[in-house]
Design a protein around this ligand. Structure first.
Ligand SMILES: [Zn+2]
Length: 123
């Protein structure tokens, strides 16, 4: 990835925050289905080549008891965790990033169902 100059980042960081907030609030109001396109194309776990760039979580397929709290967590930027379909490692998904997390960390987050990737669209 090409490194941007610090000046360019400083200039746009506030704008990006504002954009993010607008996007987040719009999604929250409409309880939109979480889908995301990440900058990084693969699983954040070291050595795992699982493609996880664009994800439509299809939470609506899991019933309201799962759908509702996860949609809330998505739009309030808490995000949720799920196991990578490739390596089985926990991944914390949020609107802007995905990252590898430990079992302990995953324990404290809202969780996708175990079979989330079976119904999700992953590109
Ligand atoms: Zn993986």
């Amino acid at each position: 990835m090409a490194e941007m100059s610090r000046g360019a980042i400083a200039e746009t960081a506030a704008d990006r925050e504002q954009m993010h907030d607008l996007y987040r609030k719009g999604g929250e109001e409409r309880q939109m289905a979480p889908h995301v396109v990440y900058h990084d194309s693969s699983c954040p776990h070291e050595g795992c080549g699982q493609t996880l760039q664009a994800i439509d979580f299809r939470l609506e397929d899991h019933g309201r008891a799962i759908h509702d709290p996860l949609v809330r967590a998505w739009w309030n930027d808490t995000g949720f965790v799920g196991r990578c379909p490739g390596c089985g490692g926990w991944i914390h998904f949020t609107i802007r990033t995905k990252r590898a997390v430990s079992d302990d960390e995953a324990e404290r987050c809202p969780k996708l169902p175990d079979n989330w990737h079976a119904g999700a669209m992953i590109l």
